[in-house]
Design a protein around this ligand. Structure first.
Ligand SMILES: NC(=O)C1=CN([C@@H]2O[C@H](COP(=O)(O)OP(=O)(O)OC[C@H]3O[C@@H](n4cnc5c(N)ncnc54)[C@H](OP(=O)(O)O)[C@@H]3O)[C@@H](O)[C@H]2O)C=CC1
Ligand SMILES: CC(C)(CO)C(=O)C(=O)O
Length: 279
């Protein structure tokens, strides 16, 4: 995600620096998109303390807190910080690691994945909504000066809605594709997968509604089916993580859903089984 955004900023001639948490610079990252491009990533420690005015953190949900703690000395007073991570349940810890700064969320339908250590493939640039949870502000000046120039980027005065919508869909597609080891589209093509998809939606939708994360007017199964169709060839991010032996974001999806549902006395056995098999 970091390379996708850095690439888009480079194309739009918006000044940006791609920074990573390792010791040495990466001189050449190849970005495969409609055209091939190259990026360079600098180690965070080579920047001057107090020099970052705007920071987009593009780690997985479980790494946001640690990445922010590393970045904190490099932020200017009043710096704007945003995370592109999916899922829920990491926001409080993230905000606590940068008490003097405001934490934003960016929710994206983009698709990019690492083909190898220094090669990234962009599948789609998608739509990215960014906003400040808990504050319904109109588009701030820093957004108008920068990210507004990236096509597909929008200011969201109600970012919670975008977070909840993506969370709900990811709670269904991601664990099922990871456990069944199939592409998103195969959830619809394989009979037993389709039955599991339907059963998981039936269990999850009332809990999401009770938690205020999904609207009664929307049909979760129909929405999920439509996302599976439009991303049929994708390996979901959770399947990519299990295939690469990386930790998944399941704790911030089904894990967080189960914690919230339990607090309302709702039990979700299918979600619980998926969580335990992916932990
Ligand atoms: N990829 C996509 O198309 C989309 C991704 N997202 C979301 O964006 C987030 C990032 O996804 P994605 O880019 O695919 O994930 P990746 O795992 O590909 O990249 C995460 C990056 O974070 C780095 N990292 C890990 N730990 C730390 C740390 N403690 N401090 C600083 N950097 C760290 C990793 O470096 P290293 O591996 O070297 O440790 C890696 O470069 C996820 O939450 C994902 O769900 C949302 C929409 C689309
Ligand atoms: C929508 C979906 C399932 C697309 O692959 C996704 O967001 C992910 O893989 O994390």
């Amino acid at each position: 995600m970091g390379c996708l955004i850095a690439h888009r900023m480079q194309q739009s001639e918006l000044p940006s620096t791609l920074v990573h948490h390792h010791q040495e610079p990466i001189r050449k990252i190849v970005v495969d998109g409609p055209t091939e491009a190259h990026l360079e990533a600098l180690p965070l420690h080579t920047l001057a303390h107090g020099s970052i005015k705007r920071l987009l953190i593009t780690t997985k949900a479980g790494q946001v807190e640690n990445a922010l703690a590393l970045a904190r000395p490099y932020l200017t007073k009043g710096a704007v910080v945003a995370s592109t991570a999916n899922g829920m349940g990491f926001e409080k810890a993230a905000q606590n690691s940068i008490p003097d700064h405001t934490f934003h969320r960016a929710i994206s339908t983009a698709g990019a994945f690492r083909v190898s250590a220094n090669r990234v493939r962009i599948v789609s640039s998608g739509i990215t909504r960014i906003g400040r949870p808990g504050a319904s502000l109109s588009s701030p000046q820093w957004f108008k000066d920068s990210l507004q120039y990236l096509s597909g980027w929008q200011w969201a005065s109600n970012i919670e809605q975008a977070i909840a919508g993506k969370f709900s869909i990811n709670c269904i597609i991601n664990p099922l594709t990871a456990v069944l080891s199939c592409r998103n589209g195969e959830l619809l093509d394989r009979g037993e997968a389709k039955a599991e998809l339907k059963a998981l939606c039936e269990e999850t939708e009332p809990a999401l509604i009770a938690l205020g994360l999904w609207s009664e007017e929307e049909d979760l199964l129909a929405t999920v089916v439509s996302v599976c169709q439009s991303t049929a060839q994708n390996n979901s991010s959770m399947l990519q993580d299990t295939m690469a032996g990386r930790p998944t974001e399941v704790e911030f999806l089904n894990g967080e859903l189960l914690r919230r549902a339990t607090s309302l006395g709702i039990s979700l056995p299918l979600n619980s089984t998926l969580l335990h098999s992916l932990r």
